[in-house]
Design a protein around this ligand. Structure first.
Ligand SMILES: NC(=O)c1ccc[n+]([C@@H]2O[C@H](COP(=O)([O-])OP(=O)(O)OC[C@H]3O[C@@H](n4cnc5c(N)ncnc54)[C@H](O)[C@@H]3O)[C@@H](O)[C@H]2O)c1
Length: 433
């Protein structure tokens, strides 16, 4: 069978796009998209290759709710766009805000005051955005209210203020509303500050599975203000430190040393920066930078080899099984602790390195073992991951302090059994150690 392929560029002149075998034009523009036309005796196949670019900003700032601070209203657009927006638009600014109910009790007054002072027409919608409620009904509720309020989807981004649950649910609603409406993330927990705010994923739980429904649509911007951490309970601080430790173990020895040496202080000060001590700023900045390095080239997770999945092989099943007993970061930490034992057994970590990591976890007041993390659950979770990993398991494991590799071989049951036994003996409250 003979076939013939032609590559076409797309050229726009006076508003009309046409295919062209030449990619240069005197006037008009050339798209990055291509159409490949393949003719054979059977007919024609057109293959469209259309690169889609996402641009978003992650902005660390202070006093986000101070009415003199422009960030909340305009941080998502550049200075030039801002100048042209204020020149061309005389209508009042509108914002639709979804806020976690608890955060609303603590900060709702200041948020309302911000919008009043800035003469913004706003709708503030407090919702119980808990892990148990992280489902489609909550998305539908947001969409109904959004529709009633009405926004201009080109210029009035939806704003989500809360922890990772709120940001994930609002992100999904925004990605559905009129097929994709811009949204802004304002994280108020440490976990969502260093993790859920910096990537593209949105989602809700479905059919008993964690984040089974979702989309890859990043916000137009995330505004990170660490002063929200002051009202977090200590357990929530530890929860966020788990995701920071993940990045430390995978790719940054310096971050590991910071968490190891300053963990207690970070917990006590709730990562509030001070002139005498920059460990909070340094550690959150490294966590975000290392996370962005891993996410930006793989925003849609086409590449299944992801270091950021460390701690996320067993933890989704564990978290959902015991819900609400474990927080997300706690479940991740138990998974990481188990995998540290796997890495040790495989000869990737020395006994001393393993011990330092476990001590660091304990110092951050994170659980390192859980009775429901049974051998059966571990085996089932890994089988489940295997199903979605294109034929081979992709298991990130530490290969020293601050570096890692992805391993593709499934761990044999006998090895898993041995690791689980040692892990339980050494770390369970009734174990030998
Ligand atoms: N999209 C992503 O890439 C991504 C990454 C990591 C985690 N997640 C998701 O994030 C979720 C976990 O996020 P989380 O740990 O922030 O939990 P969360 O959203 O449930 O918030 C934790 C608790 O803290 C309260 N809270 C929030 N901010 C507060 C504040 N400033 N002061 C006092 N209380 C406050 C909330 O009311 C809630 O009870 C999980 O569902 C996980 O799947 C998503």
């Amino acid at each position: 069978m003979t076939s013939h392929q032609t590559e076409f560029c797309l050229v726009q002149e006076k508003g009309t796009w046409t295919r062209s075998e030449r990619c240069q034009v005197k006037e008009g523009k050339v798209s990055d998209a291509r159409i490949y036309e393949n003719k054979s005796e059977q007919g024609v196949t057109w293959t469209v290759v259309s690169p889609i670019v996402f641009t978003y900003r992650v902005i660390q700032c202070r006093d986000l709710l101070d009415p003199s601070n422009d960030t909340l209203l305009w941080g998502h657009i550049g200075d030039e766009e801002l100048q042209s927006a204020s020149r061309n638009d005389s209508k009042p600014v509108k914002r639709f805000v979804v806020i976690d109910e608890t955060v609303h009790e603590l900060y709702g007054f200041r948020l309302a005051h911000y919008f009043e002072s800035r003469r913004v027409v706003s709708k503030i919608l407090p919702l119980p955005t808990t892990e148990e409620n992280k489902c489609l009904e909550l998305v539908a509720k947001i969409l109904e209210e959004l529709h009633k309020f009405g926004i201009d989807r080109r210029t009035e981004p939806i704003v989500a203020v809360g922890g990772g649950v709120c940001l994930d649910v609002v992100g999904l609603a925004a990605s559905l509303y009129r097929r994709r409406t811009p949204y802004i993330r304002v994280p108020t927990t440490l976990l969502s500050y260093v993790d859920a705010s910096v990537g593209a994923k949105t989602g809700v739980n479905f059919a008993g599975g964690k984040n089974k429904l979702g989309s890859y649509v990043p916000p137009v911007a995330s505004f990170l203000d660490c002063s929200f951490f002051q009202t977090l309970p200590p357990r929530q601080i530890s929860n966020g430190l788990a995701e920071m430790l993940k990045m430390a173990l995978m790719k940054h020895r310096g971050l590991f040393q910071l968490l190891e040496a300053h963990g207690r202080k970070l917990l006590d000060t709730k990562l509030q920066p001070s002139e005498q001590d920059d460990s909070a700023v340094a550690s959150t900045s490294i966590a975000i930078e290392t996370m962005l390095e891993e996410l930006a080239p793989n925003l849609w997770e086409d590449d299944l080899d992801r270091l950021v999945d460390f701690g996320h092989l067993i933890s989704p099943e564990l978290e959902m099984t015991v819900l609400p007993a474990l927080l997300h970061g706690e479940a991740v930490n138990i998974d990481m602790s188990f995998m540290v034992y796997v890495a040790h057994l495989k000869g990737l970590l020395t006994a001393e390195e393993k011990e330092r990591i476990i001590q660091c976890m304990k110092g951050l007041e994170l659980p390192v073992w859980h009775r429901d993390c049974s051998l059966d659950l571990v085996q089932k979770s890994l089988q489940e991951r295997l199903k979605h990993s294109a034929g081979s398991l992709r298991m990130p494991l530490p290969t020293g302090l601050g570096h890692a590799e992805i391993f593709h071989d499934m761990i044999e049951d006998a090895v898993l059994c041995q690791v689980h036994q040692t892990w339980t003996e050494e770390l369970s409250p009734t174990g030998n150690k």
